[in-house]
Write a protein that binds this ligand. Structure first.
Ligand SMILES: C[S@@+](CC[C@H](N)C(=O)[O-])C[C@H]1O[C@@H](n2cnc3c(N)ncnc32)[C@H](O)[C@@H]1O
Length: 260
């Protein structure tokens, strides 16, 4: 199938997304380093600091893929659960890190009990979930009261010139590099298009607040190419929370410089 044909049918249908990641799994981490020009390592360190998990705490790394985002927690003595719905990605991860608990599960219907994690995190995964708002609600359900969420996701560069250069890279250079280096170049055309279609920093902050998360903040990395959002589950979580628009005060709080 031509890349255009494949893309047209790839409307984030869960089975197609899982198959796509199954196909890229063997070279996923190499391609990540290549296409991010080595930036992913720095971004991951910032996410780890934002999650701020102590040894013995239980952390859910959702859409964990091959477990690259989960490894630093395991190395720090944190009880990390790496959950993903691509069996291909999980298999690569389990082979590399048999000590990590890899669990197959869908972000929109998590196979975990209520209030069971000290922190929940998702790196470069939420954008791929077919119903990301449902995933934010599920993450809230499984987090303990007072627990935190940290999301790392591609976002919108704040400087217009930087934004133009970045979009040029995304739409032209990245698919070209992928065509030469990846077993599934279509996946990287999808990557570029899904990044462009993704909500900006403030809109994602509003989604978090709508899902019931409190104290929403975010920090821009690499000029906003990536944003790290952080929030807490209210200590006395009201499950009947009625979603609504994000209040201006909450939005102001999200915009303030995050302290991580
Ligand atoms: C770009 S990878 C990120 C992997 C890892 N977190 C990292 O930082 O390298 C995105 C992952 O999201 C997973 N994913 C997409 N939709 C999902 C869903 N509904 N439930 C669980 N995992 C999902 C894919 O299978 C894929 O492994």
């Amino acid at each position: 199938m031509s890349s255009a044909g494949k893309r047209a049918t790839l409307q984030k249908r869960p089975d197609e997304v899982a198959t796509m990641f199954d196909e890229v799994a063997p070279r996923y981490d190499v391609m990540n380093d290549l296409l991010s020009l080595g930036q992913t390592r720095r971004w991951r360190k910032i996410v780890l600091d934002a999650v701020d998990a102590a040894p013995g705490q239980r952390v859910l790394d959702l859409a964990a893929g091959t477990g690259t985002s989960s490894e630093p927690y395991a190395d720090a003595g944190v009880d990390v659960v790496a959950c993903d719905f691509s069996l291909g990605m999980l298999r690569v991860g389990k082979r590399r890190r048999p000590d990590i608990d890899f669990i197959a599960g869908d972000a929109t219907n998590l196979p975990f009990a209520d209030n069971s994690f000290d922190a929940v995190t998702i790196s470069f995964g939420l954008r791929n979930v077919n119903d990301p708002k449902k995933a934010l609600s599920e993450m809230l359900r499984v987090a303990k009261p007072g627990g935190r969420i940290v999301i790392a996701e591609f976002s919108t560069p704040t400087n217009p010139l930087w934004r133009t250069m970045y979009i040029e890279y995304l739409m032209r250079a990245l698919p070209e590099v992928a065509r030469r280096a990846s077993s599934n170049p279509d996946a990287y055309v999808y990557l570029a298009e899904s990044i462009r279609a993704w909500p900006d920093q403030d809109n994602l902050a509003a989604w978090l607040a709508d899902a019931g998360w409190g104290d929403v903040t975010y920090r821009n990395l690499s000029g906003g190419i990536v944003a790290v959002h952080r929030a807490h589950k209210p200590a006395a979580h009201d499950p009947s929370h009625a979603p609504g628009g994000m209040l201006p005060a909450k939005l102001r709080r999200a915009r303030r410089t995050a302290g991580y």
